[in-house]
Design a protein around this ligand. Structure first.
Ligand code: ATP
Ligand code: MG
Length: 437
């Protein structure tokens, strides 16, 4: 009898195939025993290869990913938009519960990761009562909160969201597809290269633990592996809606405003601006950026829009910062690092262009934001109108003869021209209002 043992490895997924060949008369009987993981993987991969993104394929995927010893391969990870940029051969030491999705982040996050990992031995993730998603406080070994973990599979309308009563509308899910919030959390941090906005440090991690909630708050007892954003917990004295906004320094309000216009934040309510007393002053800390980079321009609204600070002129520091924002470089960085696609980045490019043009023309944060937000919820904003006009103009000009890339380029050109026109109109209006109040 021949026994052939083959160890197969596809990405990080390894499997075992044992082949017995037994002589039977003039024939040879061959029995192949495969590890079940490989069978599932093959069935999924074959369906995918034949371009059948069918329910069966996703069923196979589900069963595969629920298997306790399944390790998500690089290929599959990037397929779901969470690219692992490096093979598992970096300097990242083995932690018990945590692993970075992009191991290149190790130097920047090693202290936080090690403390969270230690803490998970003693304290399970603590579900935060506030908010609409599965958000967990992670602790250090003394029980102090040091990080906030948001699992991708507990967002919005997903069946694992422990806050089923606060599900978001289908429209919201279309603007920001469920499961894509965690990448947006990280994107807001990545854009804060100079720590101008004070977005807490944020990265993508995998956490394997038995203390998560899922399926409408039924505690899961076996360890599950969840991918999500891990953000440093920031000591604070409350959220902005706990106190009157007049106490906030102008520059602090402006930095939040500039961030929100850059990422086109759709969720800047008062609970998502934390504050901390620093000497005699108050520092603002923006959190919760999962509802930014929307697929659409129709839902921007900002808590600070009518705060008096937003009507003050920008400081030289802010003007310089806005001037230095490089939209194309930022977009390329987010694509390279997180796989953010053109559709996701387009609204961000548009609103940032308006921010840059408006600030350079002397408009205030309030005046720029007024063009981005709807005055009446049922009427399109100025920015939406501009976009509509530009799209129609480009469609007419192209008449189907331009490539999608050329159309996109022309659209951005026309948008830029229409923005300039609207800004000039706004400035004339401003002088008229000042002259004849
Ligand atoms: N980095 C942080 N530092 C300190 N506290 C935080 C941090 N991030 C979140 N929190 C706390 O956790 C709460 C819930 O977090 P977050 O607002 O991000 O969750 P959410 O479910 O997305 O909420 P929302 O209902 O606003 O969409 C916040 O209101 C805040 O009290
Ligand atoms: Mg929130």
């Amino acid at each position: 009898m021949n026994v052939e043992i083959t160890c197969t490895s596809i990405g990080e997924l390894s499997s075992l195939e044992i082949k017995f060949s037994i002589p039977k008369g003039s024939h040879e009987l061959t029995i192949v025993i495969e590890h079940p993981l490989l069978v599932l993987f093959r069935s999924w991969a074959e369906r995918k290869a034949s371009d059948e993104a069918s329910d069966e394929a996703s069923d196979a995927w589900e069963s595969l990913s629920q298997h306790s010893c399944f390790v998500e391969s690089e290929e599959l990870r990037s397929d779901r938009g969470l690219e692992c940029k490096q093979p598992a051969t970096s300097n990242q030491p083995q932690l018990s519960f945590l692993e970075l999705v992009d191991e290149r982040d190790w130097n920047q996050f090693s202290d936080l990761l090690q403390q969270v990992d230690e803490g998970l031995t003693f304290f399970p993730p603590e579900l935060c009562e506030e908010g609409v998603n599965g958000t967990y406080f992670m602790k250090d070994k003394t029980g102090k909160r040091i990080a906030v973990f948001k699992p991708q599979d507990e967002e919005g309308n997903s069946k694992n969201n422990p806050k089923q009563e606060s599900q978001t509308s289908d429209l919201n899910n279309k603007r920001i597809p469920t499961g894509e919030g965690v990448k947006r959390e990280v994107s807001a941090y990545l854009l804060d290269k100079e720590a101008f906005y004070s977005v807490p440090r944020t990265t993508l991690v995998n956490v394997t633990h038995s203390g998560f909630r899922s399926d409408a708050a039924v505690e899961v007892k076996t360890p599950v592996k969840k991918t999500g954003s891990l953000q440093e917990y920031v000591e604070n004295d409350g959220a902005s809606w706990d106190i009157g906004s007049t106490a906030f320094p102008v520059q602090e309000v402006h930095k939040i405003g500039i961030l929100d216009l850059q990422i086109l934040n759709n969720d800047r309510h008062g609970g998502n601006i934390l504050f901390r007393k620093e000497g005699n002053s108050l520092k603002l800390i923006p959190i919760d950026h999962g509802f930014s980079f929307p697929h659409g321009l129709d839902r921007a609204w900002f808590e600070w829009l009518h705060w008096p600070q937003a009507k003050q002129p920008f400081s030289a520091e802010s003007l310089d910062y806005i001037h230095r924002i490089d939209i194309e470089r930022d977009a390329s960085m987010l694509t390279a690092k997180l796989g953010m696609n053109a559709e996701t980045l387009r609204p961000m490019k548009i609103s940032t262009t308006l921010l840059k043009k408006g600030a350079a023309s002397g408009l205030t944060l309030h005046e720029i934001a007024q063009m981005v937000c709807r005055e009446d919820v049922n009427q399109p904003s100025v920015l939406e109108q501009i976009f509509e006009t530009a799209s129609e103009e480009v469609k007419k000009e192209s008449n189907g003869s331009w490539s999608p890339e050329e159309e996109e380029r022309q659209l951005l050109n026309v948008l830029s021209r229409l923005m300039d026109e609207k800004i000039v109109e706004r400035i004339h209006q401003k002088y008229r209002d000042q002259k004849y109040p």
